[in-house]
Design a protein around this ligand. Structure first.
Ligand SMILES: C[S@@+](CC[C@H](N)C(=O)[O-])C[C@H]1O[C@@H](n2cnc3c(N)ncnc32)[C@H](O)[C@@H]1O
Length: 421
């Protein structure tokens, strides 16, 4: 069976038509003719696997990773990097217009990643028996890897060390997380299914296997889908520096994953602060956007639910001697009352993939003081849904795309909304 691919859609797959039904095919490019086999048939669509490419796109390239197509991590390694970025920009626009019923005709600025490989500062390795690696595509089987092309080189250098460490452990962790700062300072987390009372290795040992720049290690167990730390060896944090600001980042706080794109994200946000007086930064993490923004505004308030991130943000505020920023631990999705009382004229939001709550959307619509919203999103579908509601009182002024996750289908964007008169 031959399918002609019309375009790529959010999620990484291409779509075409087979017997009049929509058909999804991974690892293809627009305009390619692909021989496929059917994997799953539903009433309204068909899932296929590509067998061979009959008519190749000029943008097809040889995937450099030997695990590509088996590993669940990458979707786009068969596409030249420039074309990946172009495709993501088209998907972003199409998603905003279709789900949000908007009428946006351009992306104002696209920031490709300076390096499309070796950009990630963190990884979560799954462990099972001798296997260390990532889940296989559409499966819970683990693909055994010795390196990953998305990871910073120093993290790859630590994977063989993890293998050695596991030989010392009677009880195997189910995951090992590694985080390495731009300076190569590293943190490691050993995650167990159940509580472990003793860990047989000290920080010195771990350093000898992993990196001399290892600052700390945490031993965790999983409880109700959350990680609980039982043992800490060394420090629980490392430092990052971006936009002239130093950030302490704890092993349990979030930080942007692509070392080449933090400055670009800041650029997109800071150039839109405009002439405002009082800002609130919701889902603020360790203050990555709050603290650089504080230079351009009278007062700024960061809201974050993770206590470790709030501690880091407060530490970072003092470390950088920033007096006009304040941080609060709060559920941002339920911060409507706080916002209504604060009366900010600018709102910055950077929610997780789920987007923002109905309550928060209502607050943005009902709070007259808010003149502008800078919405940072890692999921175009929920962004489009939220913009679809907000368009009642806000117009889309600017759209930026930051390619935070090269080789994958994920799309990071910044949308600037202006209150209509
Ligand atoms: C995508 S990150 C953005 C962090 C920050 N803006 C940055 O650039 O580093 C989302 C943040 O929202 C926090 N978060 C998730 N759900 C939240 C909630 N309901 N209320 C407040 N913060 C939340 C997470 O802990 C995380 O720090």
């Amino acid at each position: 069976m031959i399918v002609k691919i019309e375009k790529l859609v959010y999620g990484g797959k291409g779509i075409g038509k087979l017997d009049g039904r929509v058909c999804f095919v991974p690892f293809v490019l627009p305009d390619e003719e692909v021989e496929v086999e059917i994997k799953k048939e539903k009433k309204s669509f068909i899932e296929c696997e590509p067998l061979s490419i009959v008519e190749k796109s000029p943008f097809r390239t040889d995937p450099p990773c030997r695990y590509f197509r088996y590993c669940g991590g990458c979707d786009y390694q068969h596409i030249t990097y420039e074309k990946q970025v172009e495709i993501k920009a088209e998907i972003l626009l199409e998603t905003l217009n279709r789900i949000g019923r908007l009428n946006i005709d351009r992306i104002d600025k696209i920031y490709p990643s300076k390096k499309p490989f070796n950009y990630r500062n963190r990884t979560q390795l799954k462990i099972r028996g001798e296997k260390i690696g990532f889940y296989m595509r559409e499966s819970r089987q683990i693909i055994n890897i010795d390196s990953c092309l998305l990871l910073k080189e120093d993290i790859n250098g630590m994977i063989s060390g993890v293998r050695e460490i596991l030989k010392f452990l009677i009880f195997q962790p189910e995951q090992v997380h590694i985080y390495s700062s731009s300076d190569g300072e590293a943190l490691v987390k050993f995650v167990y299914q159940k509580r472990v009372r003793r860990f047989p290795l000290g920080l010195k040992h771990l350093r000898s296997f992993l990196s001399e720049k290892l600052k700390g290690a945490g031993i965790y167990h999983r409880k109700d889908d959350l990680l609980k730390r039982d043992v800490l060896l060394g420090e629980s944090y490392i430092y990052e520096e971006y936009g002239g600001i130093k950030f302490r980042v704890s092993m349990d706080s979030f930080f942007q994953v692509n070392v080449y794109q933090v400055e670009n994200l800041l650029d997109a946000v800071l150039q839109n602060i405009g002439d405002h007086e009082k800002a609130v930064d919701l889902f603020c993490g360790v203050g990555t956007l709050t603290l650089p923004s504080a230079r351009y505004i009278k007062e700024i308030y960061g809201i974050e639910s993770n206590p470790y991130a709030v501690n880091d943000a407060n530490h970072n505020r003092k470390l950088n001697r920033i007096k006009n920023a304040k941080f609060f631990r709060m559920d941002a999705n339920r911060s409507g009352g706080f916002i209504a009382e604060l009366k900010p004229d600018l709102v910055i939001i950077d929610p997780p993939r789920t987007g923002v709550s109905d309550d928060l959307v209502r607050t943005f619509l009902d709070t007259d003081s808010i003149k502008r919203i800078i919405y940072v999103s890692c999921n175009p579908s929920t962004l489009a849904r939220d913009l679809g509601y907000l368009k009642e009182r806000y117009s889309v002024e600017k759209v930026y795309m930051i390619d935070m996750f090269p080789q994958t289908y994920h799309i990071e964007s910044v949308v600037v909304l202006q209150k209509m008169k």
